[in-house]
Design a protein around this ligand. Structure first.
Ligand code: GLN
Length: 541
């Protein structure tokens, strides 16, 4: 029988529910269970693909091609799992399906209502996500804060789940905040008391209360929360601020979270293997070496806008026993700067990330030019590969004014252009080339070497783009010395297929990928191009 753990949040948003959920998943995974996780987002968008990353954080892309909330990325990294399709449930998806069924006549003669039709559809989706991977345990994180109007149907659905599958197969974990008032020197538990009371008013009594706080909660505060919430003191956990999120599974295990979950779900006691996290923290705290990487992107005050990429750099650092320092370089400022070298001073590598829109494009092209001519290790991701190709086209292949039609539809050289299948797409939601696509890597290239297919072969990475290197320009670019190291296999009538990766042979490390390898990077399995990039940056003198 599949077991379900439901995670709700109270008091304020942005408590780190995703990390808490993923960390609990890591503890169960470390005990050998097959675990998957589902994120419920109560907004009406069908998916996160149409939302601004500078407000909501990055759009994470799953293997199945779903554009999801960034928490799915945390689940994949902490659980070492490719989440199945349907792991990000939104209000929009649920209503769209129920209304479709209503029009099809599936509910003929019935009044279609939130209970039972919407709640049934929510429960069906939760069950389906677990069944797809044959999970022993499904973690379900309900986005938002208890009391939000839009999350009501979801809370009702998860309440019904206990009724459907029984106490021993369901666990409710409520995450709250205990603020610390410096002026009176106290931790305040009242918001937690109110939040648990609000949750109870929806018929859900938490089995575990987890508390975010600045510091580890003193025992008297834990006891006070236990008393007021009727949750035993040994089931009140303190998720206090730690220097790095990969410490969270370790601090929670130390407090006995894994054991409490075993007891509540009737699981046998298993000693977890947490070596991945212990090792990661060891390197994070005391690395042997250090590098500085410039990220030339849209400057952003929202660090989560590049979450997977930052994690991929961290994993690559761990693999090389190095700390990776980041220097943000605003590419708009780079455009007007006559001395780009001042921006890249002391930098061991330049990374141009994925992106959309014309803002800062010329600056990104300058960053690629600087990396190429100054022999600074370069990694171009998606748009970062496209700008590297444009730079090469303009300055080496003699294709003056070369551009992407995304930025200049009238460019004399459409070196980056819309993929033909994109010409027919209608609407913006979910219509890019998305998710896992294979690429054939050419024998003897740097990238084939990094992926461990030195003799050439196929690897798979996640994609999210509309534009590609225009096949008509592949030959002129190759003639000018650009190496097309990877291409999409089996594209009939289109020469070598889509350009998937490029590199420069006479350069210490100049690699671009049309895909987003950061989405598959894990602490236990760093992304090969990222690991190679950091290794090359460490070599730079
Ligand atoms: N805007 C570019 C495209 O659509 C690159 C996309 C990206 O970097 N994810 O092809």
């Amino acid at each position: 029988m599949t077991k379900y753990i439901f995670v709700t949040g109270g008091v304020v948003s942005s408590l780190g529910k995703g990390v808490a959920t993923a960390s609990l998943g890591a503890l169960l995974r470390a005990r050998g269970y097959k675990v998957t996780a589902v994120k419920i987002d109560p907004y009406i968008n069908i998916d996160a693909g149409t939302m601004r990353p500078y407000e909501h954080g990055e759009v994470f892309v799953t293997a199945s091609g779903a554009e999801t909330d960034l928490d799915l990325g945390n689940y994949e990294r902490f659980l070492d799992l490719d989440v199945p399709a349907g792991s990000n449930i939104t209000t929009g998806q649920v209503y769209l399906e129920v209304i479709r069924k209503e029009r099809a006549g599936d509910y003929l003669s019935q009044t279609v209502q939130v209970i039972p039709h919407i709640t049934d559809e929510i429960k069906r989706r939760i069950r389906a996500a677990g069944e797809k991977v044959n999970a022993d345990i499904v973690l379900v994180e309900v986005g938002g804060t208890v009391g939000d109007i839009e999350s009501l149907p979801f809370l009702e659905a998860i309440r019904q789940c206990r009724f459907d599958v029984g106490d021993e197969n369901t666990l409710y974990l409520h995450l709250t905040l205990v603020p610390y008032l410096g002026t009176s020197n106290e931790f305040k538990t009242k918001p937690t008391q109110h939040s648990v009371a609000a949750l109870r008013s929806y018929g859900i009594s938490p089995d575990i209360v987890m508390v975010r706080s600045k510091e580890k909660l003193p025992e008297d505060i834990t006891r006070k929360i236990a008393l007021f919430t009727s949750v035993k003191a040994n089931r009140v956990f303190s998720s206090f601020d730690v220097p790095h999120v990969y410490e969270v599974p370790l601090t929670l295990e130390q407090q006995g979270l894994g054991k409490a979950v075993e007891e509540l779900l009737g699981l046998e006691h298993i000693h977890p293997n947490l070596s991945v996290w212990q090792n990661a923290i060891k390197v994070i705290k005391a690395p042997q070496r250090e590098v500085t990487i410039a990220i030339a992107g849209k400057y952003t005050a929202m660090p989560d806008a590049y979450l997977s990429m930052m994690d991929a750099l961290l994993h690559a650092g761990i693999a090389n026993n190095a700390r990776v320092n980041i220097k943000w370089v605003n590419t708009e400022a780079l455009e007007g700067d006559s001395t780009p070298e001042s921006q890249f001073e002391g930098v061991d590598g330049i990374l141009v990330p994925g992106g959309f829109g014309i803002r800062g494009i010329e600056g990104k092209i300058r960053a690629a030019e600087y990396a190429r001519t100054q022999k600074v290790p370069y990694l171009g991701i998606c748009l970062g590969m496209q700008v590297a190709v444009l730079e090469y086209a303009r300055h080496v292949a003699g294709l003056e004014g070369a551009n992407s039609t995304e930025f200049d539809p009238y460019t004399p050289h459409k070196v980056i252009d819309l993929m033909p299948e994109q010409l027919q797409t209608e609407g913006m939601g979910g219509t890019m080339r998305l998710g896992d696509w294979p690429m054939t890597l050419q024998a003897g290239t740097k990238i084939a070497d990094l992926y461990g297919v030195a003799q050439g072969g196929e690897v798979t990475e996640r994609h999210r783009h509309r534009y590609e290197v225009n096949p008509q320009y592949v030959e002129p670019l190759k003639d000018a010395g650009l190496v097309v190291s990877g291409a999409t296999p089996g594209m009939k009538g289109r020469g070598a297929g889509l350009v998937e990766s490029i590199e420069l042979p006479e350069h210490p490390f100049f690699v671009g990928l049309q895909a987003h390898p950061e989405f598959k990077s894990r602490p236990m399995r760093p992304s090969p191009p990222f690991a190679g990039f950091i290794a090359a940056a460490l070599q730079k003198d």
